[in-house]
Ligand binder design. Structure first.
Ligand SMILES: NC(=O)c1ccc[n+]([C@@H]2O[C@H](COP(=O)([O-])OP(=O)(O)OC[C@H]3O[C@@H](n4cnc5c(N)ncnc54)[C@H](OP(=O)(O)O)[C@@H]3O)[C@@H](O)[C@H]2O)c1
Length: 367
């Protein structure tokens, strides 16, 4: 069966298509110029229903379910591997299961020649799996042929994107790397959609702040080290600076993760120098024509009360990073706040951008 569509778009499958992140994939891929959703898959409970039936009463977005997806019959991620494989050129992975089950399923699809672009954390620390934030470490895609050789895979591979909590402060610090960031203290104020929840399904968050998100602080401290690492002799060598200490807090916000950051530098820059770096940060994606890349990656707000989660999370269609409140810090040198959209830049949108980069670089093609 020819998988690519008449319009020559690549055919996409979404594993975990009925969940919070999966629905965001469905929404973002409506009318995507390069990709078309041809298979939706979820648990055995949803399998056999149309997509519209499977998400009845739990479609999370104000836009309608895309017409091209609503009548697709949901397949089982676990039982319908062959059917899914027959319909797609690659899959996005966003199912919520035990990590070892996710690892095994993603490997199963990749071993059958289906590239997997994963939103899950299961493979983030697998030695030969690149963790990509396209504007920061596109060069890590060079691990793909090494991974394929290690595992004897020809067309399939696994690529992951990093956790939603790190998406705002990694770009802010990346833009300042010439000054040598040394120590970072970050507190994140994270939206409930990051836990797959809405105010209806997480009523305990109303009028409340919950100072614990399981596993999040470790991810926030360690993932940047892989992203800022390098490939040497076929393996990742992790970065050792800056040292990061993170506190991750759940707040009563629907979407958008804010980070309050204090940072010391090897060479403490002047305020103007920092602002210049943020304002003039050139995305290495410029010129590739990736449909989801924001026109402006980093926006700095001069107003004391910006960025605000509700006002600014959608900057660059939810793919931009906003920064504000740069001021001197008596302990570390400088401090600021940064904001990113957790289910767009931090999840589905970030994974779509990774897939666009993979296509632009020739790793994804019609099968
Ligand atoms: N929400 C965020 O902002 C965010 C950000 C970054 C990463 N993540 C990660 O992304 C993943 C999905 O998160 P979410 O918030 O979208 O979760 P969610 O709303 O709970 O959705 C879970 C999805 O996984 C499917 N699923 C559950 N058990 C399954 C099974 N045994 N076999 C196949 N599919 C199964 C569900 O299908 P049914 O509907 O059929 O049950 C649903 O499609 C999680 O690993 C999460 O940690 C989330």
């Amino acid at each position: 069966m020819a998988k690519s569509t008449s319009s020559q778009k690549l055919s996409v499958g979404i594993l975990g298509a009925t969940g919070m992140v999966g629905q965001r994939f469905v929404q973002l891929l409506e009318n995507h110029p390069w990709f078309e959703v041809r298979a939706v898959a979820a648990s055995r409970q949803s399998a056999g229903k149309t997509y519209a039936e499977a998400v009845l009463g739990r479609w999370k977005y104000s836009t309608p379910i895309p017409a091209g997806t609503r009548d697709l019959v949901v397949l089982s991620v676990e039982d319908d591997v062959e059917k899914i494989q027959a319909h797609v050129d690659f899959v996005f992975s966003a199912m919520d299961m035990e990590k070892e089950d996710i690892r095994a399923l993603e490997e199963l699809y990749a071993s059958r020649g289906v590239p997997v672009v994963s939103n899950n954390s299961a493979h983030r620390w697998t030695a030969d799996v690149p963790m990509i934030m396209p504007e920061i470490n596109a060069d890590h895609l060079a691990m793909i042929p090494i991974q394929q050789k290690n595992r004897g895979w020809d067309a399939g591979f696994i690529v992951v994107k990093p956790n939603c909590s790190v998406q705002s402060y990694i770009p802010a610090l990346e833009a300042l790397k010439e000054f040598g960031p040394q120590e970072v203290i970050v507190s994140t104020l994270q939206a409930i959609s990051g836990a797959g929840k809405t105010f209806e399904t997480m009523p305990e968050i109303l009028d409340n702040v919950i100072p614990f998100i399981g596993g999040e602080e470790e991810k926030s401290e360690k993932e940047p080290m892989k992203i800022w690492g390098r490939i040497e002799n076929g393996a990742f060598v992790l970065a050792t600076t800056p040292k990061i200490s993170a506190t991750c807090i759940r707040v009563p916000v629907a979407d958008g993760h804010m980070a309050s950051v204090a940072v010391s530098f090897k060479t403490k820059p002047a305020r103007d120098a920092i602002l210049k770096c943020w304002r003039e940060f050139e995305s290495p994606l410029e010129g590739l024509g990736l449909p989801s890349a924001p026109q402006k990656f980093i926006t700095y707000f001069e107003e004391d009360n910006r960025p605000q989660t509700k006002l600014d999370r959608d900057i660059g269609h939810g793919m931009g990073i906003s920064i504000g409140r740069l001021r001197e810090d008596a302990v570390l040198g400088w401090k600021f706040v940064a904001l990113s959209h957790n289910t767009i830049r931090g999840a589905a949108g970030g994974a779509v951008l990774v897939a666009e980069l993979l296509k632009a670089k020739g790793y994804l093609r019609a099968q």
